[in-house]
Design a protein around this ligand. Sequence first.
Ligand code: AHR
Length: 313
Amino acid sequence: FICILNSCNSSESDKEKISIGFSQSVDDDIWRTSMNHAMEVETSLHPEASLTIYNANRQPKKQIRDIEKFIENKVDIIIVSPFESDSIVPVIEKAKSKGIPVIVVDRKVNTSNYTAYLGADNIEVGRIAGKHIVSLSKGHANVIQIYGDLTTSPGLERSLGFKQVVKQYPGIKVFDLDSDDFGHPKPNYVKLLDSLPNIDYVYAFNDLIAYNAWKIAKGKGLENKIKFIGVDGLNGPFGGIQFVKDKILEATVLYPTGGSESIRLALRIANQEIVPKNNKLNTILIDSLNADIMSNQFDKITIQQSDIEQQQK
Ligand code: AHR
């Protein structure tokens, strides 16, 4: 039993089920729609569970209201993928104080008063990207690092890990471009390739940012001179693995959504199992050597055409 957004008709028998409320932070993002989809698929494999997804549409206040609603409706467990790290803390603590376990996925929150955290290590993600550039360039390259939102833990940590590695190589010069909110470019973005003509690599904080940068480079005939490295490595027609296969990206670093894992974790918690507080998902470099193997590893995630068009606007 799955219901999305605020429309949900639960039957008598659903009241017996383990009710999971998921608060998603962003709707116009294929990584997040893939996360929702993975949760729905995983829930459908567990007839004893029901899932309700509310989408906050990038509005921190709406995310707080959504979680309030889960508390009022007395769901058995809440999963939250936070938009902001601070504003969400009181409502997470409120849920905990009412006895509702809370799983935090992806972005971290500024409290330890939740039940479990699940996500890949973003410092490791940044290090993997840094090591790949060091190895390809033999320690000599001009690199643009295009941030996703630096106020989020993935943004900060992807930069931290990357810089930890490349700072050991004086021949690598890094230029930071804080002009993107995980695939939503700000106006100065387009200037990036004008201002720095000798770019060898772009390290972007997700595959969509990398793809947008590639499109700019292509417009200038520079797409074969610059190598683009992204993060996420989604499978499917508009995912990072396909970009690697199409030679748009040199590589991407896998950042699993954690959709199915968080549902499985929620059910373990609901069944009174003791689970680790930190649940780390694996990450790996995906380049032309393993792109085929990696895409065969995943279940195909169908990305709706409308999602893609949404992101292109
Ligand atoms: O917060 C993490 C990021 O959010 C994912 O890497 C990204 O693609 C999504 O927008």
